[in-house]
Write a protein that binds this ligand. Structure first.
Ligand code: CDP
Ligand code: CDP
Length: 240
């Protein structure tokens, strides 16, 4: 059985990273967090003080930037890190997980020329199949022919609470209200932008995990993977 390409999209805090990483481990697939790429580029733009409205400057910055994604070390994994991120050879795994970087990422993610460069990299990284990629436009733009597309969602309140809890565990002083505002603003910008907005692809399966934990959601998605694999096997036999 050929390995599938699995696209997981959804708003902030819907469980994409946790679920994608868990199912990639179960299936022996590569897990790729496309949002980490937008965040890493945003961090560099903030550091270099490139205005987040300067499309040409940011596209140039994207071209000159090397972003690497790797599985976490055992120690990082124990600390809840799902993905190791490198920016031009420097580890930025933790540095990109702040509210400021998240907001900057969602602002530069509205720019077509910046997206074009990151999307091409994402397509190269996942070209071999056997990959679970998560983000906002994976099923619509990056891998429109992915064999399985999941749109993960949860209520806005639950998503903000999850993010707040995570921040608290890291010793971040943000209040629940501030996190709620950050998540709401970013969701709105991601859903309303002109280029590749966050929308459910017509053929994506909606999984609402408001009342489900990570493990339960991952088990459900694995069932959907198995079902899809069986369908594809049957279709191949029919054609043979
Ligand atoms: O990647 P995304 O922003 O969609 O979400 P995440 O980083 O995977 O999940 C945000 C937080 O919610 C993590 O701490 C997860 O453990 C938690 N979570 C949860 O409690 N129940 C779920 N069904 C999904 C995520
Ligand atoms: O983890 P969380 O869901 O909060 O965000 P993320 O996946 O790390 O993505 C950060 C930001 O990058 C999002 O708010 C989007 O604006 C942008 N993004 C995007 O536009 N397209 C993607 N495929 C992934 C992320």
């Amino acid at each position: 059985m050929d390995k599938l390409t699995i696209a997981i999209d959804g708003p902030a805090g819907s469980g994409k990273s946790s679920v994608a990483r868990s199912i990639a481990a179960t299936l022996g697939y590569l897990y790729l967090d496309s949002g980490a790429m937008y965040r890493a580029l945003a961090l560099k733009a903030l550091e270099r003080q490139v205005p987040l409205s300067d499309e040409a400057g940011l596209a140039q910055l994207a071209k000159e930037t090397h972003i690497g994604l790797e599985p976490p070390t055992t120690e990082q994994e124990r600390a809840g890190i799902k993905n190791r991120v490198w920016l031009d050879g420097r580890e930025v795994t933790e540095a990109i997980r702040t509210g400021e970087v998240a907001q900057a990422a969602s602002r530069l993610a509205t720019l077509a020329r910046v997206r074009q460069i990151l999307v091409a990299e994402q397509q190269r990284a996942g070209a071999g199949g056997g990959v679970v990629m998560e983000g906002r436009d994976i099923g619509t733009v990056v891998f429109p022919r992915a064999e399985l597309k999941i749109f993960l969602d949860a209520s806005a309140e639950v998503r903000a609470e999850r993010r707040w809890k995570e921040r608290q565990e890291k010793g971040d002083a943000m209040t629940l209200d501030e996190v709620r505002k950050e998540v709401r603003e970013r969701d709105k910008r991601d859903r309303e932008r002109e280029v590749s907005p966050l929308v459910r692809a017509g053929d994506a399966i909606l999984v609402d995990n408001t009342a489900m934990g990570v493990e339960e959601t991952a088990r459900l998605v694995i069932m959907l993977v198995r079902q899809r694999q069986e369908e594809l096997t049957r279709a191949t036999r029919r054609d043979a």
